[in-house]
Design a protein around this ligand. Structure first.
Ligand code: GCO
Ligand code: MG
Length: 403
């Protein structure tokens, strides 16, 4: 199982994706997602310039040792670039291990703990009426859980509302990020009206979610959580900026609305206090940004001890390779909560052929050996990298704010 080849493939079938492909001497291949939205080439360089040479000739079956070698061996630990690179290696090695064993990766993780993976879709609209109608479209398609985002009266744009309803994409091509303007008071007045309108139109027979995208202070988030209680949200996501874990204590003291956080975290050290103090209900770290299947499993196991469930990030900037890996983990862990799912464009699906499928509000991983996903390199080569950035956000007086 010696590693004979390590390749980094950058492709832009509508948006940028970085994929690591590892090949063994016997010809087994494994893929790992290495996409870090807006900073893609930093991870590609980290892999090409600092990791590739360390992997060649190493035994691909030694996943735990290779993980520690890359993590401890860097001396400067953690951070999104390093952990995304480690994740890509780890994912590719699990894919290879599955193929070598002739088993889907979920079998290596102990087998299926459920029939399918509950997912939530993204309904969004520029106006309240549009957003409410979009929730209906998701329910019609069989979703059992829907996240709702809506334009805020008085603000030109807001997070989560795109021109393309079905394939929402926050990053824009160009040499600089777009700038948005934000006013917390306008949002705080409007958000409960949105939840009220959605429940009024569609009732309580489905899970309703909402993403604040890091924009409030703890006391503002507490106020929103309390105002949302009559609408029984499945979760309120990323209510505040996430560096200060203690910041979540105040929210907890004031509301029973469940809290989810973690898409920007890259290690267990970012969330251990949130988990052990039971300050959150769902941990949203995902395979590609939190050190791969090996490390995410650690986080999920810690969470299980403290009644925290999983709710992995699954936006379109996570490639189908990450989604496949996430599904193998989701279906096998005891404390699974929900999985985010934004379908990719047909171009992206063609570059990354995969066997997972959507059925009745759930995603089901494929049963073939490994992860059940690949990259069509010839097709990928037709879509060269395009520089793109996530937007930035300013308050109305020009102050930089969380996006
Ligand atoms: C989500 C996220 C995304 C991120 C995006 C950044 O909950 O899906 O907040 O929309 O903004 O993944 O690249
Ligand atoms: Mg989010």
């Amino acid at each position: 199982m010696k590693i004979a080849d390590v390749r980094v493939i950058v492709t832009c079938p509508g948006r940028n994706f970085v994929t690591l492909k590892i090949t063994t001497e016997s010809g087994l291949t494994g893929v790992g997602d290495a996409t870090l939205n807006g900073r893609e080439l930093a991870v590609a360089s980290y892999l090409n310039d600092h990791v590739r040479g360390l992997l060649l000739g190493r035994d691909a079956s030694q996943i735990n040792d290779i993980w520690q070698y890359l993590y401890k061996g860097a001396y400067w630990r953690r951070g999104p670039v390093t952990m995304t690179a480690i994740a890509a290696v780890d994912t590719a090695l699990w894919d290879i291990k599955g193929k070598a064993a002739g088993m889907p990766v979920y079998q290596l993780l102990g087998g299926k703990a459920r029939d399918g993976v509950l997912v939530y879709g993204h309904a969004n609209g520029a106006t309240l009426d549009e957003a409410v109608a979009e929730v209906g479209r998701y329910l019609d398609r069989g979703y059992r859980a829907v996240r709702v985002q809506c334009g805020v009266p008085g603000l030109a744009t807001t997070y989560g509302v795109g021109k393309d309803r079905d394939f929402y994409e926050p990053a824009t091509a160009g040499p600089r990020p777009e700038e948005a303007v934000w006013a917390t008071e306008k949002y705080l007045d409007f958000a409960p009206k949105l939840f009220d309108a959605v429940r009024e139109a569609h009732g309580f027979g489905f899970h309703l979610l909402h993403d604040v995208h890091h924009r409030l202070t703890p006391i503002e988030a507490a106020r929103l959580g309390r105002a949302a209680e009559p609408y029984r949200l499945f979760w309120l996501e990323d209510p505040i900026s996430e560096e200060l874990q203690e910041g979540f204590r105040l929210i907890r003291q004031h509301t029973v609305t469940p809290i989810a956080v973690g898409e920007v975290y890259n290690s267990i050290w970012d969330c251990h206090r949130l988990i052990t103090e039971q300050l959150i209900d769902y941990i949203r770290t995902t395979v590609v940004h939190a050190g791969g299947i090996t490390h995410l499993r650690r986080i999920f196991d810690l969470a299980a001890l403290y009644h925290v469930k999983t709710g992995s990030h699954g936006a379109t900037d996570l490639s189908p390779v990450c989604m496949a890996a996430a599904l193998h983990l989701d279906i096998s862990v005891p404390n699974f909560g929900i999985q985010e799912y934004m379908p990719h464009t047909p171009e992206t699906d063609a570059v990354f052929p995969h066997s997972y499928r959507f059925e009745d509000g759930m995603l089901i991983p494929g049963d073939e050996p490994g992860l059940g996903v690949d990259i069509d390199e010839e097709l990928a080569a037709r879509y060269p990298y395009r520089q793109a950035y996530l937007p930035v956000n300013r308050l109305e007086d020009g102050t930089m704010h969380d996006w």
